[in-house]
Write a protein that binds this ligand. Structure first.
Ligand SMILES: Cc1cc2nc3c(=O)[nH]c(=O)nc-3n(C[C@H](O)[C@H](O)[C@H](O)COP(=O)(O)OP(=O)(O)OC[C@H]3O[C@@H](n4cnc5c(N)ncnc54)[C@H](O)[C@@H]3O)c2cc1C
Length: 453
C-alpha cells in the first residue's frame, strides 16, 4: 500500500477531511486535477488602476453565508480578516432606479411554505412551482419568490423540492444566513491554509493529477490516472474518499471498477445547478456621487453606498458591489434556468465577449448611461464558465422534489472502502455552500476514524 487513504479532489471537503486524517496519523494523498486547491473557491486578483494592484476577485464562491460555526472556526484559526456586506439596495424594472422594497417578498413566501411543508406526509413532496400553483399569492410576490429561489439555489423552480427548500430555510435561520461576509484577502486563502496544514501533518497533495479510474475490492483500492505532463500514475491504498463535484460523479468521468451502483443511482437523483457570474472592474465607481440621468433625487444619496442592484426583467438580473469596501467593481449574477437564456452562445472564444456586452448593456440601461461610456471606464472583467468546466460540470447541487433522502444515502460507505463527500452530500440543509462542503469533510473524517458524526 502506498497510502492508507487516497482522497480525490482538493476542494474544501477533501482538504477538511484530509487535514483531520493526516493529523490522526493516517498516510493520505490528495489527488487534484487542477493546478490549485480550492475547487469551486477560485480567487483571482485584479488591479484597480490606481495603486491597489491585487484586489481579490472571486470567480466561484464569494460569500460566507451567515455564521456557520465550522467556517468561522477555520477563518479564526487561519487568522483571516473578514468584513460584512452592508449598503443600500436598489432596483429597476426598466424605469428609474428605486430603493429596493421587495427584499422580503421571496422570503415571506418561503415562510408560508414552511407551514405548508409541515403538513406534508413523510413521503410527500412537490416542486416549488407546484406549490406556488396551489397558493393564493399575487403575481408580483410569485415572481419575486421564483427569482429568489432560482437565484439563490441555481435551481429550476419546476424541479427543486419543497421539502429541501423547507429544510434549507430552517437551517439558514439557525445561522443568520442573510448576513453576508467577504474574506478580505480572497476566499482562496482558506483552502490554501488547509493545504499547508495537510502537508505539515505529513499528507501529500498531488496537483495537476487527474484521477481516471478507481479499481477496488474490500480493503484495497487503486486510483489511476494521468499527470498533466501525460505520464500515468497508479496509487494503492486501503480506502478511497471521493470528493469530486456531483456533476463529475453523474457524468461518470471517473470509472469505478466495479461501479458502486447504489451511489451512482443516488447521485443521479440530485441536480447540478447553473450559474453565470461576471465581475467588472472600473476605473472609478461611476454610480457613486455623480448626477446620473436615471436616478431620482431621493435615490441619489444612496448611490454612494450601493450594495445590491436588481434589474428586474433584464439579464443579468442581480448585481452587487463589495460595499462597504469601495473598490470600483460590480458583479453580475444569473442562476438557474435564466443561464440558458444568457449563455445561448456556444463555448467559443467569442462567448465571454457576448456576455460582457450583455452585462454592460444592462448596467448602462439601469443607470441611464451609454454602453460606450461604461466601456471607456472598464479596466478588466472576470468570469469562469462553470458549466463548461469539466472538473465541476455546473455550479452547485440542489435537491429535486422526491429526492430529500438522496444526500444521506450518498454518505453511506461502500464496503467500508469507498467513501463520498462534497457539498452535495450535506445532510443538514446547506447544499451548495462552502460550509456544506466543510461539514461533509468533518462527517466523512469521523466515519473513516470509526466515529458516527
Ligand atoms: C459561481 C459560484 C458561486 C458560489 N457562491 C458561493 C457563495 O457565495 N458562498 C458559498 O458558501 N458557496 C458558494 N458556492 C458553492 C461552493 O463553492 C461549493 O459548494 C464548495 O466550494 C464545494 O466544495 P467541494 O469540496 O464539495 O467541491 P469542489 O470545490 O468542486 O472540489 C472538488 C475538487 O475535485 C476536483 N476534481 C474533479 N474531478 C477530478 C478528477 N477526475 N481527478 C482529480 N480531481 C478532480 C476538482 O478540480 C475540485 O478541485 C458557489 C459556487 C459557484 C460555482
Amino acid at each position: 500500500m502506498d497510502f492508507d487513504i487516497i482522497i480525490v479532489g482538493a476542494g474544501m471537503a477533501g482538504l477538511t477531511a484530509g487535514r483531520i486524517l493526516a493529523n490522526s496519523g493516517q498516510r493520505i494523498a490528495i489527488i487534484e486535477a487542477r493546478h490549485r486547491v480550492g475547487g469551486r473557491i477560485f480567487t483571482t486578483h485584479a488591479s484597480d488602476g490606481a495603486g491597489r494592484p491585487d484586489m481579490p476577485v472571486e470567480l466561484g464562491a464569494e460569500f460566507v453565508h451567515g455564521l456557520p460555526p465550522e467556517t468561522w472556526s477555520l477563518l479564526r484559526e487561519a487568522e483571516l480578516a473578514t468584513y460584512e456586506i452592508d449598503g443600500v439596495e436598489l432596483c429597476t424594472s426598466g424605469g428609474p432606479l428605486q430603493v429596493h422594497q421587495h427584499s422580503g417578498a421571496g422570503i415571506s413566501v418561503l415562510e408560508h411554505m414552511l407551514a405548508f411543508e409541515a403538513t406534508l406526509p413523510p413521503d410527500g413532496d412537490l416542486t416549488f412551482a407546484q406549490y406556488l400553483g396551489r397558493v393564493a399569492i399575487d403575481q408580483a410576490a410569485r415572481t419575486r419568490a421564483v427569482e429568489y429561489v432560482e437565484g439563490f439555489n441555481a435551481a429550476d423552480s419546476a424541479v427543486i423540492g419543497v421539502k429541501a427548500l423547507a429544510m434549507q430555510q430552517r437551517a439558514e435561520d439557525q445561522i443568520d444566513s442573510d448576513r453576508l461576509f467577504h474574506v478580505r484577502q480572497g476566499y482562496d486563502a482558506l483552502p490554501r491554509f488547509l493545504a499547508r496544514q495537510v502537508e505539515a501533518a505529513g499528507g501529500t497533495i498531488l496537483l495537476g493529477s487527474m484521477a481516471q479510474r478507481i479499481g477496488w475490492r474490500r480493503g484495497a483500492v487503486t486510483v489511476s490516472g494521468a499527470h498533466e505532463r501525460g505520464d500515468a500514475f497508479a496509487l494503492a491504498a486501503k480506502q478511497a474518499l471521493v470528493c469530486v463535484p456531483l456533476g463529475v460523479l453523474q457524468a461518470q468521468a471517473i470509472e469505478f471498477a466495479p461501479a458502486p451502483g447504489r451511489i451512482l443511482a443516488q447521485a443521479r437523483r440530485l441536480v447540478m445547478g447553473t450559474v453565470m457570474r461576471m465581475t467588472l472592474v472600473f476605473r472609478a465607481r461611476f454610480w457613486a456621487g455623480a448626477d446620473l440621468p436615471n436616478v431620482p433625487a431621493g435615490v441619489q444619496a444612496g448611490l454612494d453606498r450601493l450594495s445590491f442592484l436588481f434589474t428586474h426583467g433584464a439579464l443579468p438580473p442581480t448585481w452587487w458591489t463589495p460595499m462597504p469596501d469601495t473598490a470600483a467593481m460590480i458583479t453580475a449574477w444569473v442562476a438557474g434556468p435564466k443561464v440558458a437564456l444568457i449563455e445561448s452562445a456556444p463555448a467559443t472564444p467569442a462567448k465571454p465577449d457576448a456576455l460582457l456586452q450583455r452585462c454592460l448593456g444592462t448596467l448602462a440601461n439601469a443607470f441611464g448611461l451609454s454602453t460606450t461610456s461604461l466601456e471607456q471606464l472598464l479596466l478588466s472583467w472576470h468570469c469562469h464558465d462553470w458549466q463548461a468546466d469539466l472538473l465541476a460540470r455546473g455550479a452547485y447541487s440542489y435537491v429535486p422534489a422526491g429526492a430529500i433522502d438522496a444526500s444521506a444515502q450518498l454518505t453511506e460507505p461502500v464496503e467500508d472502502t469507498l467513501y463520498f463527500a462534497g457539498e452535495h452530500t450535506d445532510t443538514t440543509g446547506h447544499w451548495g455552500t462552502v460550509h456544506a462542503a466543510v461539514r461533509s469533510g468533518l462527517r466523512v473524517a469521523a466515519q473513516l476514524q470509526g466515529g458516527t458524526r
